[in-house]
Design a protein around this ligand. Structure first.
Ligand code: ADP
Ligand code: MG
Ligand code: ZN
Length: 518
C-alpha cells in the first residue's frame, strides 16, 4: 500500500512502501483504526537528569559516567533543575497543565544497559497533563480540517544506556554496553487514542517536533535518537464502534522505536492491515510489542507487552516530591517563544503573506527569523518571502548547503528584493545574478556592482521594440482591444525576449499598456 502525507497541503515526494497484504478495500473499509503515540524526547540540558555527567551524544564509550548513573550502591540522585524547566516549557507549549507537586517513581525492570535495575520515571503524578495538539486532517467528506488530538500526559524520566551488537546476537558474537546515555533526561509525551489514520499520526508527529524545536528544549534529531516514537494501534469493526461507542477499542499492539516519521506511517499502515487480516481469519489480536523491519516493510513480534503492575512502580525514596510553584512556572514561561501557529497568523497579518508562504517560513524557526530580519529591512516583505522561498532555497538545496553557508547573505537578499521590487532588474536578471553568486561564492552586492545588468531605460528604444512586436502580432492586439487586457503580459514577454531581458520592466509594463490603448 502506498503512503501519502498532507503536510502543509503538499503531497510527500518520497513514498515508503509497506508490504502489501491481500485485503480488499471493501474489507479494510469495515474497520476503524485507533492510534495513540508515545514520544520520547531527549532534553538539551548540559548535564544528565540526576548527576553532573555531561549530557552529550556520542563520545568514547563509558566516559560520561559516574557512580550515580552507573547505579553503584549508595550513590544518590539529585534532580537537574534545567531538566525540570525544559519539561515545563515543553508541556506548556503543547497546552498541558502543570501539576504543582509531582512525584518520581521507580519503574522496575531488567535491561543490560540500565545498571540500577530500575528507571526513575513518573507514574501516577506526572509533571503535566491534559494537553492538546491541532493537526491537519481530512473530514468525512475529504475536506481539509484541523483535528484536536488530546495529550494525556507529559512526564519526566531518565534514558537507558545503549547495547551495541557486534554481528548477530544469535550467532554468538559480542554485545557491548555503552552507558554514556544512561541517566540523560527525557520527557515522554503520551497522546490520547485520538488518531484515526497513519497520516494523522504523521501530521501529529510533524507538529509536535515543530513545536518542540521552537521551544529549544531538544534538537529532536531522530538519527541520534533524540526523538523516538512508540506507536500503539488497534482496529475494530466500524459496526461495533457505532453500536458501542468510543469505549469499545480493540486490543492494541505497540510498534517500538521506529526512527523516522515516514517509517512510522508505513509501520502503522502495515500493522492495521495485519490486525484486520488476523480478525478476518477468525483470530484475535494479542497485546504485544512489535518491531518494524524497514527492509521488509513489515512488523515482527518482539515480546508480549508488560502490564503496568509488572513494573512494581513505587515512589522513588531517594527523591523528594518535585514542587514547581506559580512563581517558578512564571519564571520558566518567560523563556517561551512565539510558537509556530501564532507566528503563522502574525506573518500573514503583519506582512500580508499567503497562508502557504507563512506556513513554509514557520516550519523552521531560523528561517522565520531570517525572513523577519530581511522583511523589516526591505521595501517589500512579500518580495523577500518569494526570493527566500524559491530562488535562495532552490540554490541552497542544489548546492547541498544550509543558509549559514550561503554566499548570498541576508543583506544580499534585501538588496536583490529591493532591486526587483523597484523594477531595476528583471526576474531573469535576478536569476542570472544569483546563479553567479552561487557559482563564485560571492554575495549579491559584489556581483551586482560588477555585473550590473545593462538595462534599457530609454523610452524611445523600448517603444520601438513594442511597435515591432505589435506589428508582428495583430491577433493578440485584437484580443486586447476586444477587452482581454491580460494579453498585455504577452507583449511584455515578447519585448523582454527581444531586448534579451534588458528592458526596464517597470517602464516596459507602463509603455506596453500605453501603446496598446493608443
Ligand atoms: P500501556 O500501559 O500499554 O503503555 P497506555 O494506556 O499507557 O498503555 O497507553 C499507551 C498509548 O496507547 C497511549 O498513547 C494511548 O493513547 C494508546 N492506546 C491505548 N489504548 C489503545 C487502543 N486500544 N488502541 C490504540 N491505541 C491505544
Ligand atoms: Mg504506556
Ligand atoms: Zn553520572
Amino acid at each position: 500500500m502506498q503512503m501519502r502525507g498532507c503536510t502543509g497541503g503538499k503531497v510527500d515526494k518520497i513514498e515508503i512502501m509497506s508490504a502489501a497484504l491481500a485485503l480488499s478495500p471493501e474489507v479494510l473499509a469495515k474497520y476503524q483504526p485507533v492510534i495513540g503515540l508515545e514520544v520520547h524526547v531527549q532534553l538539551l540540558t548540559r548535564s544528565k537528569a540526576f548527576c553532573g555527567c555531561r549530557n552529550e551524544y556520542g563520545g568514547e564509550p563509558n566516559t560520561h559516567v559516574c557512580p550515580v548513573c552507573l547505579g553503584l550502591p549508595g550513590a544518590l540522585p539529585v534532580l537537574n533543575k534545567q531538566a525540570v524547566e525544559f519539561a515545563v516549557l515543553a508541556a506548556k507549549a503543547i497546552g498541558c497543565e502543570i501539576r504543582e507537586t509531582s512525584v518520581f517513581s521507580r519503574k522496575n525492570y531488567f535491561y543490560p544497559d540500565s545498571p540500577k535495575g530500575y528507571q526513575i520515571s513518573q507514574f501516577d503524578k506526572p509533571i503535566a497533563e491534559h494537553g492538546v495538539l491541532h493537526v491537519p486532517a481530512f473530514g468525512a467528506g475529504g475536506e481539509a480540517i484541523t483535528k484536536a488530538i488530546g495529550i494525556t500526559r507529559l512526564h519526566m524520566e531518565e534514558d537507558a544506556g545503549k547495547s551495541l551488537h557486534d554481528g548477530f546476537a544469535d550467532s554468538g558474537t559480542r554485545t557491548y554496553i555503552d552507558l554514556n546515555r544512561c541517566g540523560t533526561p527525557l520527557v515522554e509525551i503520551v497522546s490520547e487514542p485520538d488518531l484515526r489514520t497513519p497520516d494523522e499520526a504523521f501530521e501529529y508527529l510533524t507538529k509536535l517536533k515543530e513545536i518542540l524545536l521552537y521551544t529549544g528544549v531538544s534538537d529532536c534529531n531522530m538519527e541520534e535518537g533524540s526523538l523516538r516514537c512508540d506507536a500503539n494501534v488497534s482496529v475494530m469493526l466500524k459496526s461495533d464502534w457505532e453500536a458501542r461507542g468510543a469505549a469499545a477499542f480493540g486490543t492494541k499492539a505497540e510498534v517500538k522505536n521506529v526512527n523516522s516519521f515516514r517509517y512510522i506511517r508505513a509501520a502503522l499502515e502495515y500493522e492495521i492491515e495485519r490486525q484486520i487480516g488476523v480478525i478476518e481469519d477468525g483470530g484475535r489480536v494479542v497485546q504485544e510489542s512489535r518491531l518494524w523491519n524497514n527492509a521488509e516493510g513489515r512488523t515482527f513480534s518482539m515480546r508480549s507487552k508488560e502490564q503496568a503492575h509488572d513494573y512494581r512502580y513505587f515512589p522513588e525514596p531517594d527523591l523528594p516530591p518535585l514542587v514547581v510553584g506559580a512563581a517558578w512556572q512564571e519564571q520558566i514561561l518567560a523563556a517561551m517563544p512565539e510558537l509556530p501557529e501564532a507566528r503563522r497568523a502574525r506573518l500573514m497579518e503583519q506582512y500580508g503573506l499567503s497562508a502557504q508562504d507563512a506556513a513554509t517560513l514557520t516550519t523552521d524557526r531560523g528561517l522565520g527569523d531570517r525572513f523577519e530580519v530581511a522583511a523589516r529591512a526591505a521595501k517589500s516583505a512579500r518580495r523577500v518571502a518569494a526570493i527566500l522561498l524559491s530562488e535562495i532555497t532552490m540554490r541552497l538545496r542544489a548546492a547541498g548547503i544550509a543558509f549559514e553557508q550561503s554566499p548570498v547573505t541576508l543583506d544580499g537578499v534585501v538588496l536583490a528584493a529591493d532591486l526587483a521590487e523597484a523594477g531595476e532588474i528583471s526576474s531573469k536578471q535576478l536569476k542570472q545574478l544569483l546563479d553567479t553568486c552561487f557559482a563564485e561564492g560571492r554575495d549579491f552586492a559584489f556581483v551586482y556592482d560588477r555585473d550590473k545588468p545593462q538595462q534599457i531605460s530609454d523610452t524611445a528604444a523600448i517603444e520601438a521594440m513594442i511597435d515591432e512586436v505589435i506589428a508582428a502580432n495583430p491577433g493578440q492586439v485584437a484580443q486586447f482591444k476586444g477587452g482581454k487586457r491580460t494579453v498585455a503580459a504577452f507583449f511584455v514577454g515578447q519585448v523582454m525576449r527581444l531586448s534579451k531581458g534588458q528592458a526596464n520592466p517597470a517602464l516596459l509594463n507602463e509603455l506596453v499598456v500605453k501603446k496598446l490603448d493608443a
